[in-house]
Design a protein around this ligand. Sequence first.
Ligand code: SF4
Ligand code: SF4
Length: 334
Amino acid sequence: MKILSKQKLTAAFDQLAEKAELLVPMQKGATSAFLPWPEFEPGRDELRLEALNVDKPPKDAVLPQTERMYKFSANGPEVAVQEVYEISSPRIVFGIRPCDFRGIECLDQVFLTRGYADGFYQSRRDNTVFIAQACYQPGPNCFCNAMGVDPVKPQADVTIHDLGDGYAWEPLTPKGEETTEVISDLLQEKKAELPEVKPFTRQVAYAGLAEKLKDLFEHPIWEKLSDPCQNCGICTYSCPTCYCFDIQVKSFGEAGYRFRCWDSCMYREYTLMAGGHNPREASRERFRNRFLHKLQFFQERYGQPLCIGCGRCLIVCPAGISIVNIMQELKEVE
Ligand code: SF4
Ligand code: SF4
């Protein structure tokens, strides 16, 4: 088994960062996120490889919060596209957790399948190597196992397993093999035993819920469940699988550029139409849509739920709304 000693971790980061932009889980001030390794300042920042989930999931590696799409100019009725920004440079995401990697696989389904590949997403995805860290000790808000994620066997480019004083290093794809080559001088061949997986403390019963939800669209329970929701949208921005975006234009006279940016289905404006009609005018309707999309519609379309059990929305919701409790209530409702 290949082992990377923890004493050689920063040397490995330096070598990987010479080949690609390297993003690692880091605490910077009040926020933890996957941030570029060269920005790490010892004594001020903290590496968060032990954190099960940093505050911000690394979905922006493939779906940035804002990205330019193309530049245009107009001359009367003549409009010309001058440049399309589909280029992306090599990037390595180190230490993504298996639930968040499943989140990336959900995004792959949306942006790369069903006969259409989104060029902006595709260029980033092709240029990104994911090194996933297996989870042997689930946290108090984790329930990935209930949502079909194997916490120790993510299908990323490389999987690493924390052995205490080092990481077992397991390349799984050609991209993973190439990345392994970059640090081959730091890896040692040794025998090692992987840790035991500790039990999950949160018990979540998702099985069968997608089928049941087909009959609950008009159920009055949505009024009760959505009542505390303030439609702030932080649950969608923190979620590794939420992918809704808006496309906007920034123009300067006769020229400008189009860009896309994250949006949230919890906002009234999200479905507001030009004539003033809004199919999801009420907060209850937006709330219901979010949970049906995660637990029923995505499952029907792609064969897996759009929640990967990371637990972030349970932590950030100012109203204390928990998708775990919602699943339970929906399961029990008559
Ligand atoms: S974080 Fe909570 S209050 Fe805010 S939109 Fe999501 S469910 Fe509603
Ligand atoms: S819905 Fe909540 S628990 Fe599920 S993936 Fe999104 S943030 Fe994580």
